[in-house]
Design a protein around this ligand. Structure first.
Ligand code: PEP
Ligand code: MG
Length: 755
């Protein structure tokens, strides 16, 4: 067997091991055999300990496991740890750092090779091989051991995450946070309930149908039942307006589609029994989506698979599935479908975690509408091993912690409690205007994309809509909405605040927001065809949308149109040209359009430098900090691997924001910020200090933001900004801001920081 094949076999064995200890055993045994050495041992640095403990060996005396301990700089093993580099010696005992370990049987061995086990900069231990004869291990051996060390590091890090690897005193010392993507704000401490598809389509065996007619009936009955389930599930979410529940209509359409029905019946006709006919049709269908390598289409594949599983489950048991979800449950899955979310009793659900997906997944959109703290894309979460475990969900920072230590648990419980208490206090706060201590009125608008965000009881809190993401109604449909359909949606949005500004953003698809019926396949979607770049290339789509917006504003006259992803003056000229054309077309048809305003989103670094010129061409600017930060710092906003580099208090971010404000003001135009940064109470202080004129946040974040604005003067905020921008370290900026919040009596708004 080649080295590579051996490595793959060991790695597979490690990942399918029952736990860390069996993985360690497997490695020491296999490495010893494969390399033909006399000893293979693994020393680990356990959480909360400053020593390296012998955890597994094949070759030294077995009693030594768990007993032999070395300081981090002791002996040759300590030297490997200290230097974080391999050490390869033909005669270890003659090395000055050699420390003889009595009663381990070590005295027989001369040759020594040790490699560090490192994961994401952290040393987890040392992997060692030894041999009696004096020899130098060759480069292949070193490379083999290093590669194995990196794989082992992942397994160790997972074991730490799940709480399987704990300190010598059986206490959890260091909380390991698993980074994901913030899906819906809020925090929760509860019990993980892992959701998995009961009926496993892929496991359905091929079988010949004995009675094709009976098989067809069985399949059609199951489809009819699942359709009925969908109607019921849609009703369960009756708190959402019909426009938002249209997703379930899309599922109904899939269930009725020729591809599914005829495809399956054809396979049955050709001799398959119903389950394998269904499997073949569904897999063909999902593969088409999956091969498109597009995150949104990937999610559509998941929808199709979910429907297929449901039909299969109906065929198998003819009973609807029930997820057992007691109070305090946190739903965890690789992919939670919108239907699974609807199945769970909402009053028992306190959090949601998905190891895949992003903040634009259907389920995240629904979770935000339902107010459930959610973390998406937690790719490092070993989903299969967490059912029934205690878990902390931080939907603000997009991270979670399994089996938290007493400290972290109580910190988050306090936060969750405070949020509940605060919500009473904040409700009063929410209905007050945001006026700073020195009397400056800061309009606070709301971000929306679902009509559910605009429930009458909460509307009073906002000064209007600062960002209506028009792509969301496009995303939950199976084709472009018609101009009339769009007009009717936009009219509802505009009339929800008839006397206040309502900002409709033109279609911003691409990046991670794709339309199933408009596939875009790119290597770098965030740097590709998205936002205004698409709509300028498709004037027929853009003009229909612009006409729909203008028509919708006829009775209200409060329309603000916002262009996303503008990178140059020329793009803005083109967009404004098309807007004039849309207006002229309407007027030709006798439709008179009331006055409206236009604005540009500052989300691309080039637009920061052009802010003044852009502002001169429109009525207002609005910073999309979510994108601006990702482009400025070159950090994918949906990649959990680099989530800790996504810093809204990075000095470069602060300088870019300040430059945008100055550009807008030089042109005499107001500037707002509508990204998530304004929802962060600490960061919002800096934004106030820079001179932003207004903000737009989700309804859930609005009361907190108002509280901050009402508790500081613009002068205090300005001073804080001036201090902060001099600090090179984003963490130091955060400390400064947290202290300011505490001093102003807003300690309840301080969020646990990244560690
Ligand atoms: C932003 O980029 O900050 C923004 C508000 O737009 P979106 O999050 O929809 O890309
Ligand atoms: Mg954006």
């Amino acid at each position: 067997m080649s080295r590579l094949a051996t490595l793959q076999r060991i790695v597979q064995g490690v990942s399918s091991s029952a736990g860390l200890h069996s993985a360690l055993e497997l490695i020491v045994n296999d490495v010893k055999t494969e390399l033909g050495v006399d000893v293979c041992s693994i020393y680990l640095s356990l959480p909360g300990s400053d020593e390296l403990t012998l955890m597994a060996t094949n070759g030294l005396l077995p009693w030594a496991v768990g007993k032999v301990k070395l300081k981090l700089n002791e002996g040759l093993v300590g030297l490997v740890a200290d230097h974080a580099e391999p050490i390869n010696l033909s005669d270890a005992p003659s090395h000055p750092r050699y420390k003889f370990l009595p009663d381990t049987g070590e005295e027989h061995f001369h040759a020594f090779l040790g490699v560090p086990i490192i994961h994401h900069r952290r040393l987890h231990g040392v992997l060692v091989i030894q041999q009696a004869e004096q020899r130098s291990f060759d480069e292949d051996d070193v490379a083999f051991l290093i590669t194995l060390g990196t794989q082992l590091a992942v397994a160790i890090s997972n074991a730490e995450t799940t709480g399987e690897l704990i300190g010598p005193d059986n206490e959890r010392h260091e909380d390991v946070f698993i980074e994901g993507i913030a899906g819906s704000p809020g925090v929760a401490v509860g019990t993980a309930v892992v959701v998995f598809p009961e009926a496993n389509l892929e496991a359905v065996p091929d079988r010949q149908a004995e009675d094709a007619k009976a098989e067809k009936n069985c399949f059609l009955n199951a489809v009819a039942q699942v359709q009925q389930d969908m109607v019921e599930l849609k009703e369960r979410l009756s708190m959402l307006p019909p426009e938002d529940r249209i997703l379930f209509d899309a599922y109904m359409m899939m269930l009725n589609s020729d591809t599914l029905i005829k495809g399956t019946l054809d396979y049955i006709e050709a001799g398959d029994w119903a389950p394998s006919a269904l499997r073949k049709t569904i897999l063909e269908h999902t593969r088409v989506f999956e091969e498109m390598e597009d995150s949104y289409l990937g999610e559509r594949a998941a929808d199709v698979r979910d429907l297929g599983q449901r039909v299969l489950a109906r065929m198998q048991t003819n009973q609807s599935r029930q997820i057992n979800c007691p109070p305090g449950s946190i739903l965890v899955s690789h992919e939670i479908s919108a239907t699974q979310l609807a199945e769970v009793p909402q009053e028992n659900l306190i959090g949601l975690v998905c190891s895949t997906g992003s903040s634009s997944s259907h389920v995240a959109i629904l979770a935000r509408a339902l107010g459930i703290p959610t973390v998406m894309g937690a790719s490092k979460l070993p989903v299969g091993r967490v059912d029934g475990r205690e878990m902390v969900v931080d939907g603000y920072l997009g991270r979670l912690c399994l089996q938290p230590s007493i400290g972290v648990r109580s910190e988050y419980l306090r936060l969750a409690d405070e949020e509940r208490e605060l919500s009473e206090e904040l409700l009063t706060e929410a209905n007050q205007p945001a006026v700073t201590l020195d009397g400056k009125r800061i309009p606070i608008f709301v971000n929306s994309g679902l009509l559910a965000d605009l429930l009458p009881s909460q509307k009073a809190q906002a000064d209007g809509i600062g960002l209506y993401r028009t792509e969301l109604p496009f995303m939950v449909r199976d084709q472009f909405p018609s101009e009339d359909e769009q007009t009717s949606i936009y009219r509802k949005v505009l009339t929800s605040f008839p006397d206040s500004p309502v900002t409709l953003r033109t279609l911003d698809v691409g990046g991670d927001k794709a339309l199933s019926y408009f596939p875009v396949v790119e290597d770098n979607p965030f740097l590709g065809w998205r936002g205004i770049r698409i709509t300028l290339d498709h004037p027929e789509i853009f003009l229909a949308q612009l006409r729909a917006m203008l028509r919708a504003s006829q009775s209200t006259g409060n329309l603000h149109i916002l262009f996303p992803m503008i990178g140059s003056v020329q793009q803005l000229e083109e967009a404004l040209g098309l807007l004039s054309l849309a207006e002229a077309e309407l007027e030709q048809h006798g439709v008179s359009v009331p006055a409206y305003k236009t604005g540009v989103m500052i989300e691309i670094p080039s637009a920061v430098y052009m802010a003044e010129q852009l502002a001169e061409m429109v009525d207002f600017l609005s910073v999309g900090s979510n994108d601006l930060i990702q482009y400025l710092l070159a950090v994918d906003r949906n990649n959990s691997m680099v989530a800790d580099l996504y810093e809204d208090t990075h000095p470069a971010v602060l300088m870019a924001l300040k430059a945008s404000v100055e550009g807008a003001h030089r042109a005499g135009k107001p500037i707002s910020l509508c990204g998530e940064m304004a929802s962060d109470p600490a960061a919002s202080l800096l934004l106030l200090g820079m001179g932003f004129d207004s903000f737009s946040v989700s309804l859930a974040s609005l009361p907190r933001l108002k509280w901050v604005m009402r508790s500081f003067s613009t002068q205090q905020a300005k001073q804080l900004y001036e201090y902060a921008v001099e600090l090179a370290d984003p963490a130091a900026v955060r400390r400064l801001l947290d202290e300011a919040l505490v001093d102003a009596g807003l300690g309840g708004l301080v969020r646990p920081g990244k560690r």
